[in-house]
Design a protein. Structure first.
Length: 628
């Protein structure tokens, strides 16, 4: 029963209360115009920020790129919710205090955006709690940091000046504003509820293509999905979650040391040891290169003619397996340079980017080598740049150092990229170790028509398998041109070149489609998880080695060839030297044991290595053991 002190008819009573409700809502909006205008201006700054960091040139705004890395339609409601959560506390203040609280929140958010912009332009990553634990890296950097500002950044602070001017001159902005517990609870709990609902829908019950509170392969995408404010809240949560991991116990340390001791074969050095000592080392990690295309033809055409040609002067490991986990390509970077399995949950480079390792670049640096890691993508992708710096590379070069004269797929084309690397290598001080990663043969294998030089049937050419053949054939051609250039420069006379796939490609992503391609050929159904490992040197007699191994074995094998004693890495490398071993196996990411074991005990021992690697990484074991 409606309370009706005026004894109005029911129809008039409803109208009376509807007018009161409309008046109340209008009055609420009017009383809080400052709050809602700040939500709008902060939202616009989020869009400006994303349009800068997602653009190839972060000093220029691109509206389309602001929404480029979304895996779903722009989650504007998530952005608004993230903004409302801190601003909702303004309802706990009244009058002038409410205005200054809102201005304070807006200023802090703006400062965070500008700091992120400057840091991103310098380091291709965003401000993180990790950098504050490395304050020595910030010494004498004030001029460098200020130089990262751009004219367009002025748009980040214009609203602050306007609000300040209005606040000082127009008291009606904050007079007669009473505290409101109900408004506070509504503007706090509704956004939190909405964000949790989206987390429930997308992260817990989604299709894994749309994410909210999950670390993506690119921090830019996580930033776009969560908003800059949400990204940092999530990053802070992960930082404290990882920071609270308990120190390694004496029992765990003893278990790890005993595992490494049991793993050792204690074989004397053989004819391969030191074969390339003091030579330059060039490692080329080829995107999605599978072993089944090596020495294979399609319609009478070699798919990888240049790699095939190298085999005449190479050690070719044809039973070499991928062992990457959630970090995919970045896991390959990790295993090649550290011989440590990646963690089981999440990506190692995201969760533990600052860990200490006894790495290949550090070992070679101790022998007087200059060490450089080169990627054709942004340093923030997979967080590879800070992680590889921590692993031990003296210098890292990402896409910002290259002229992007041609882009294919995710970034600069392999042709343009490798052509620009050649003069860098020619002018390097020797001896050097260059770790080079390619990109063009990345899925979805949609190579432009002018580079599809293999003659395939229309049906095959339009399939993912045909696209894969074309992409790998293109990258093979660019590697051939690159090595020819180095040969003409005289670099190959004193260099060893290691080439391998970072992981499988068409079978990894489109195995179901491969099986449907007709007419069918048996050789392309090979989904054995094998990738090639080729170690090339001019004048060396070629040899195919059929021993079973995996990416974890790359460091010990290369280190031995470069004359690095096994004692240097025997207590840190989870892999073994494939050129001097009696064991014949590989443990895949799913803990499948491939190969032959002398006993069930030995098999279980090797599989245990994956779990111990998790412990080593999570506890930063090598740092605790005194490695630097």
């Amino acid at each position: 029963m409606i309370y009706n002190p005026l004894n109005l008819p029911p129809s008039q009573t409803r109208g009376f209360f509807e007018k009161r409700q409309r008046f109340g809502l209008v009055q609420f909006l009017k009383n809080n115009i400052l709050l809602f205008s700040m939500v709008l201006t902060i939202l616009l700054k989020f869009v400006l920020f994303l349009g800068l960091v997602n653009n190839d040139d972060s000093s220029k705004f691109s509206f389309m790129k602001a929404f480029f890395s979304f895996s779903s339609p722009p989650p504007i409601l998530v952005y608004i919710s993230m903004i409302l959560i801190p601003l909702s506390f303004s309802f706990l203040f009244r009058g002038r205090a409410r205005f200054w609280f809102l201005q304070f929140c807006n200023s802090l958010i703006t400062l965070l955006l500008i700091a992120d912009l400057m840091y991103y332009r310098g380091f291709n990553s965003f401000i993180s709690p990790y950098i504050f634990s490395q304050t020595t890296n910030l010494d004498n950097l004030s001029n460098s940091i200020i130089s990262m500002l751009r004219p367009i950044d002025i748009f980040m602070i214009i609203d602050l000046i306007i609000y300040l001017t209005l606040g000082l001159g127009k008291k009606t902005l904050y007079l007669h504003r009473n505290r409101s517990g109900i408004a506070f609870l509504l503007t706090l709990l509704l956004p939190i509820s909405y964000i949790y609902y989206q987390h429930y829908q997308l992260d817990l019950h989604g299709n894994n293509k749309t994410m909210l509170f999950r670390v993506s392969w690119s921090p830019n995408q996580t930033m776009s999905n969560l908003s800059p404010l949400g990204y940092h809240a999530f990053d802070l949560y992960n930082f404290y979650k990882n920071k609270n991991i308990q120190p390694i116990t004496p029992q765990q340390t003893a278990e790890i040391k005993n595992w490494f001791k049991e793993k050792q074969e204690n074989l004397p050095p053989n004819q391969y040891f030191g074969r390339f000592a003091n030579q330059n080392l060039i490692v080329i990690q080829v995107e999605s290169l599978e072993n089944f295309v090596i020495k294979q033809k399609i319609n009478g055409q070699e798919i990888t003619p240049n790699l095939n040609k190298l085999l005449a002067n190479s050690l070719y490991f044809s039973n070499f397996y991928e062992q990457v986990n959630n970090g995919t390509s970045s896991d390959a970077d990790l295993m090649t340079n550290t011989s440590v399995y990646p963690i089981r949950t999440g990506a190692t480079f995201f969760r533990f980017p600052n860990n200490t390792y006894n790495s290949l670049p550090k070992m070679l640096a101790n022998k007087g080598y200059a060490t450089v890691a080169i990627h054709p993508d942004k340093g923030s992708y997979w967080n590879w740049m800070p992680a590889l710096k921590s692993i031990g590379f003296e210098k890292t070069i990402d896409s910002s150092h290259f002229k992007e004269t041609e882009k294919i797929g995710l970034g600069i084309s392999d042709g343009s990229y490798l052509k620009q690397i050649a003069p860098i290598i020619e002018n390097e001080k020797q001896p050097f170790y260059n770790f080079i990663v390619t990109l063009t043969s990345h899925n979805p294998f949609d190579l432009p028509a002018q580079y599809r030089t293999l003659k395939l049937s229309d049906n095959l050419n339009k399939s993912k398998l045909g696209g894969y053949f074309q992409s790998v054939h293109y990258t093979d051609e660019q590697i051939g041109k690159f090595l020819n250039t180095l040969d003409q420069q005289g670099v190959l006379d004193n260099s060893v070149v290691v080439i391998y796939g970072d992981h499988t490609g068409v079978h990894k992503y489109y195995d179901d489609e491969v099986k449907q391609v007709q007419p069918q050929e048996s050789w392309w159904l090979d989904d054995s998880k094998r990738i090639p490992l080729i170690i090339f040197h001019k004048g060396m007699n070629g040899q195919e080695l059929k021993i079973t191994g995996g990416q974890i074995d790359t460091l010990p094998t290369i280190a031995s060839l470069m004359g690095i004693s096994e004692k240097t890495y025997q207590n840190t490398a989870f892999g073994r030297n494939l050129l001097n071993t009696h064991k014949n196996f590989a443990v895949l990411a799913n803990k499948e044991y491939v190969g032959q074991a002398s006993s069930e005990t030995e098999k279980n021992q090797e599989i245990t290595g994956i779990d111990l690697a998790d412990l080593v990484i999570e506890k930063n074991y090598f740092k605790a053991q005194g490695y630097k």
